[in-house]
Design a protein around this ligand. Structure first.
Ligand code: BYC
Length: 333
């Protein structure tokens, strides 16, 4: 169990020992070395990682729902196969991330319980509905696009198991982004109705995609400390700007209009400047009042209840194997 007694009024050898451990921990971070599960770490570092990694895992799992909604209605067999594979990948990402969080001494059951009881957050973006097929294109293009922008730097995050999980996740997310963009390209080169459908989806997903990066830096409670610990490598606003700069030319190539009358290119800085984000909408979604929050949580709770027999069967099977192995061991002695 990791303890940090540095803030306690305690004095003596324990405080000196902890100060030495903290100095070694900070030196490792400064030297760009990874912190591994058995290394000493400050309790607040461990808690921050459990929070961020588990929220990330929950986002992947809840993120399966809006896209899963279109598996039965994908327009062609090829689209259906790609969508099934993508949704399955997201489930896999959730599992790697739960495993990474478990290395920090928290159990999977505890994490799932935090999600289902509403104590843990998951990404705001998955509380919006997928009304048309173009929404599946927009999720791949914009949501996975934003995810890559945020997650590539996490491949260099200071906690080893998280950094290593992110490498494979990012490779898969890059494929997802391309399949989304290709859906958009096909719609934009199709009939006028298809192009209008693509524009409508962009109108609905653009602002929520910008909100994915989190509150503005001035209001981000965790950024400063997480940057010092090299858990985060860039601030929320820096990543949001990178995303806008990369995505606006892609929208132009599609012949679509970004739904922001204030969007303009700033030649001096080389950045696309965008209008004000509606942070009240973001707060409402985080407070559970987004368009689909209740539906998403109900779906996850139902899935958990429906899966109870699988968990029970797996545990019973493991118990039987253990019992058989114990009998075989006694017989061999
Ligand atoms: N939604 O101090 P801040 C995916 C919370 S999965 C909800 O800036 P931090 C994908 C934040 O948790 C996408 N909550 O926090 C899956 C904090 O609340 P608590 C998920 C948000 O952690 C399937 C409070 O606001 N990606 O891409 O320094 C299909 C203050 O924020 C949001 C990750 O999880 C939000 N958008 O920075 C397709 C990546 N933003 O915990 C795609 C890993 C902020 O104090 N996570 N909050 O109660 C991160 O990089 C960081 O955690 C964040 C936030 C940038 C998200």
């Amino acid at each position: 169990m990791y303890t940090q007694a540095l803030n306690q009024a305690d004095t003596g050898p324990k405080v000196v020992e902890d100060a030495e451990k903290l100095a070694r921990f900070e030196a490792k971070i400064d030297a760009e070395e990874r912190i591994e599960p058995n290394d000493w770490m400050p309790e607040a570092y461990r808690r921050t990682l459990v929070r961020q990694i588990s929220q990330h895992a929950h986002s992947e799992i809840v993120g399966m729902l809006p896209e899963g909604n279109w598996i039965t209605r994908a327009p062609t067999l090829r689209r259906k196969a790609a969508l099934i594979a993508k949704v399955q990948d997201e489930g896999g990402h959730g599992l790697y991330l739960y495993s990474a969080a478990e290395t920090l001494g928290v159990s999977r059951e505890e994490l799932i319980d935090q999600l289902l009881s509403g104590r843990a957050k998951y990404s705001s973006i998955f509380n919006y509905p997928t009304l048309t097929w173009a929404d599946i294109g927009c999720i791949g293009w914009l949501v996975d696009g934003a995810a890559i922008m945020n997650q590539i730097p996490l491949c260099r995050t200071s906690y080893g198991p998280y950094a290593r999980a992110m490498i494979r996740i990012c490779k898969e997310e890059s494929f997802h982004q391309r399949q989304g963009y290709e859906i958009m390209l096909t719609l934009c080169r199709g009939s006028a109705d298809q192009k209008a459908m693509a524009q409508d989806a962009l109108n609905r997903w653009w602002w929520p995609a910008l909100m994915m990066f989190g509150p503005p830096d001035a209001q981000s409670v965790h950024t400063e400390q997480s940057m010092r610990w090299k858990i985060k490598r860039f601030t929320n606003d820096a990543l949001r700007q990178q995303f806008v700069d990369a995505t606006v030319p892609q929208a132009h190539f599609l012949g679509l209009t970004i739904p922001d009358p204030d969007l303009r290119y700033d030649g001096a800085s080389g950045h696309w400047r965008f209008g004000a984000i509606d942070w009240e909408e973001f707060r409402q979604v985080l407070a559970g009042n987004g368009p689909c929050n209740r539906e998403r949580m109900e779906a996850r709770r139902r899935a958990h209840e429906d899966g109870a027999w699988v968990r029970e069967a797996a545990l019973a099977h493991a118990a039987k194997r253990r019992a058989r192995a114990a009998i075989a061991k006694v017989a061999a002695e």
